[in-house]
Design a protein around this ligand. Structure first.
Ligand SMILES: *Cc1c(COP(=O)(O)O)cnc(C)c1O
Length: 396
């Protein structure tokens, strides 16, 4: 079947929850993917920051093959060797002490929310149930994470949503200080906002948030589902801020394409969970955690994160060049290989022009072209993407 025939079947049999581009993806390798008619694209979306190692990375393919021959699933009724090893890897390379594995970013945030409330209760503050999140944040599509998401447009028509969330403008310490009450148990924010338009936390702001949380005895939860796992040039984005979170959530790139999420916490916080408090049937199963080990190990290879830093500064220089050339690019922002081009107009025409010319980019928050190339991207691939974007902006 060609692209059009497949899409007609998709329209018939799938719920219409996504505004999809009219292409069917059938194959991927490194930074490239192919559609059902064999057309090749340079992929600067990476499954929305999931394919951090590019498509079908040999280490990921090999981990799937090897683990699928040994044990795919058992249950958390038993100890799982790769789950233990992946937890060890993440703990040894982060400021957190314990891990819990689940299946997606939303589930990781759900778990973090539960843990923050449970920790408050164990401290004798069971009235502290509320979490403050940021305007333009994105934390997921389940009912609680939808409510945690500080964008009303996602809430409409899904009420009633769980209680206990309020919002303050991002990067505004005074607003946060004014919003904390004696019912607050945590502040949750994305170290670099992704869906909301690619906005990093200001370094000074995040330090002030950390100090304020300590002063009030409330927890700081960092959602690094999109900005974590090497994307900003360090394994976790918070490492560039000289602060440590109490809880951090991960997903997207952690599994290199297999569905896995995690939340990590400091020992004293993690101790609030006892057997029966939280769980997941699939969470941390042998297959996905074996793949997670392969992904994290590849990212910890000497030179990998150096490459991310070097290649992202190359990309930023090129994007600054485009900005200098076109008035309608207002700003280049983000961190590392999580980059946004803020435009003075809607970005969908740029996305479809680029797609027609063999380069996939994404538009978020209506006017921000988001670039999420694989962390393994090369200069030549960046040059090609920039050339296509250059023409796209010239025509816009
Ligand atoms: C994608 C994303 C989520 C949700 O992850 P899912 O795996 O889609 O549930 C949560 N937080 C952030 C910051 C994200 O980018």
């Amino acid at each position: 079947m060609n692209n059009q025939e497949l899409i007609a079947q998709g329209e018939k049999y799938l719920m219409h929850t996504y505004g999809r581009l009219s292409m069917v993806v059938t194959k991927g390798e490194g930074s490239r993917i192919w559609d059902a008619e064999g057309k090749e694209y340079l992929d600067f979306v990476s499954g929305i920051a999931v394919n951090g190692l590019g498509h079908c990375h040999p280490a990921v393919v090999e981990a799937i093959r090897k683990q699928s021959e040994a044990l795919i699933h058992c249950s958390n009724l038993y100890w799982i060797e790769p789950q233990i090893q992946l937890a060890k890897l993440l703990v040894e390379h982060s400021a957190l002490d314990k891990a819990f594995f689940c299946n997606s970013g939303a589930e990781a945030n759900e778990g973090a929310i539960k843990l923050a409330r449970k920790y408050a209760a164990e401290q004798g503050y069971s009235e502290r149930t509320d979490i403050i999140t940021m305007g333009q944040s994105f934390h997921g599509r389940t009912l609680a994470t939808l409510k945690a998401t500080g964008q009303e447009k996602f809430h409409k028509d899904f009420h009633p949503l769980p209680e206990g969330f309020s919002y303050v403008p991002f990067n505004d310490i005074a607003a946060l200080k004014g919003a904390v009450t004696d019912k607050t148990c945590a502040v949750m924010l994305e170290t670099v906002q992704g869906e909301g338009g690619v906005v990093p936390a200001d370094p000074e702001y995040l330090k002030q948030v950390r100090a304020f949380c300590d002063e009030k005895g409330i927890l700081l939860i960092l959602d690094e589902v999109q900005c974590g796992m090497g994307r900003t040039g360090t394994l976790f984005a918070y490492e560039q801020y000289d602060i440590e979170p109490d809880i951090m959530t991960l997903a997207k790139s952690l599994g290199g394409g297999v569905p896995i999420g995690a939340f990590l916490a400091k020992d004293k916080v993690a101790a609030a969970f006892h057997p029966g408090d939280h769980g997941s049937t699939f969470g941390g199963n042998p297959l996905v955690t074996a793949v997670g080990i392969a992904v994290v190990s590849a990212m910890l290879e000497p030179g990998f994160l150096d490459h991310v830093q070097a290649i992202s500064s190359y990309l930023w220089t090129k994007l600054e060049g485009l900005k200098a050339k076109y008035d309608h690019i207002l700003e280049v922002r983000g961190k590392g290989l999580l980059v946004g081009l803020a435009l003075s107009h809607g970005g969908s025409d740029i996305v479809s022009f680029a797609k027609d010319h063999g380069v996939l980019v994404n538009c978020t928050a209506g006017t921000v072209i988001r670039l999420l190339p694989p962390l393994t991207v090369t200069k030549e691939e960046i040059d090609k993407a920039i050339a296509v974007l250059d023409t796209a902006f010239a025509e816009a």
